[in-house]
Design a binder for this molecule. Structure first.
Ligand code: NAD
Length: 298
């Protein structure tokens, strides 16, 4: 299949490489010359512009930072025309960026008006999942478009869920990440309380993991350094999923909650706590470093 891939960052670069390894023909582009150089050296064919990538593409994939980038790319603005003007009718667009559900729907409607199919397919699984090709895709859009996308998504991910109509993938993604953000703070609080009482964090983690407080953070991503060899906490919170990315997702959850008048009090509090943690200079650390907010200074 001829695929245009736009956005070769921490996630997009390895995702594009998995498609190339699976035998697809790719034309890729990123605004960053460094990203183009890096993945060009690994064998990706780099185009001069986003418009050039889509010239004869059957599928267009975008993996960009936030709503403004996706809207700017596809719809244009400030006197610049958007990429939808260059994409042929009948093409399938897959946007895997994590953005506002409302923006996803707006771009999908504009695409549809030009005879271009579009699905939102944000991912979970982090950079490790992007490299290993084991991402989870949460898809919003029509079933027939998801089925067209499936053979491509399968080369980048291990799980593909149809969440509902356009924008539903984005909504599922922020519901999950809001819960994850809250869980990580709760887990950190419980561990810090135990340690303040002289408990061994490894023993306490195991007790809670096997009791009714058991959760994904205790299972796979313990926030206390030294408890779990493989978790970012044991590597000075390097790698993993950054505090600022969690903050972005919690902001999207709050925007969404405001729009539909949902009550998300813990999501709102979690956003404020990650914002304070980021302001304290920890934005680039893995989000499990939020433990520092509740841990006794050593
Ligand atoms: P990144 O910042 O590493 O990469 C984004 C890339 O997009 C950059 O290289 C940037 O130059 C490029 N870009 C921006 N605007 C562009 C444009 N108009 N045309 C071409 N290229 C453009 O970000 P990332 O970590 O790869 O994340 C991408 C998306 O995936 C985000 O929405 C993020 O929230 C989501 N996500 C990230 C992770 C993670 O662990 N990093 C996990 C799940 C989801």
């Amino acid at each position: 299949m001829k695929i245009a891939f736009i956005g070769l960052g921490n996630m997009g670069g390895p995702m594009a490489m998995n498609l190339l390894k699976a035998g697809h023909t790719l034309s890729a582009f990123d605004l960053s010359a460094d990203a183009c150089k890096k993945f060009g050296a690994e064998g990706l064919s780099i185009a001069k512009s986003a418009a050039e990538t889509v010239a004869d593409a059957e599928v267009v994939i975008s993996m960009l930072p936030a709503s403004a980038h996706v809207e700017g790319l596809f719809l244009g603005g400030a006197g610049k025309s958007g990429l939808l003007e260059s994409i042929k009718p009948g093409t399938l667009v897959i946007d895997s960026s994590t953005i506002a559900a409302a923006t996803s729907r707006k771009v999908a409607e504009a695409a549809q008006a030009k005879g271009i199919a579009m699905i939102d397919a944000p991912v979970s699984g982090g950079t490790g999942g992007a490299i290993a090709g084991t991402l989870t895709f949460m898809v919003g859009g029509e079933t027939k478009d998801l089925e067209r996308a499936r053979p491509v998504l399968e080369k980048m991910g291990a799980n593909i869920f149809h969440a509902g109509a356009a924008g539903a993938g984005q909504t599922a993604k922020i519901c999950n990440n809001m819960l994850l953000g809250i869980l990580m703070i709760g887990t950190s609080e419980a561990l810090a309380l135990g340690v303040a009482n002289g408990l061994d964090p490894k023993v306490l983690s195991e007790i809670m993991r096997r009791s009714s407080g058991g959760n994904w953070a205790l299972e796979k991503y313990n926030p206390m350094p030294g408890v779990m060899e493989t978790s970012p906490a044991s590597k000075n919170y390097a790698g993993g999923f950054g505090t600022d990315l969690m903050l972005k997702d919690l902001g999207l959850a709050q925007e969404n909650a405001t729009a539909v008048r949902a009550a998300t009090p813990l999501g709102g509090l979690a956003r404020s706590l990650y914002a304070a943690h980021s302001l304290a200079g920890h934005g680039a650390l893995d989000f499990s470093s939020v433990l520092k907010l509740v841990q006794k200074a050593s």
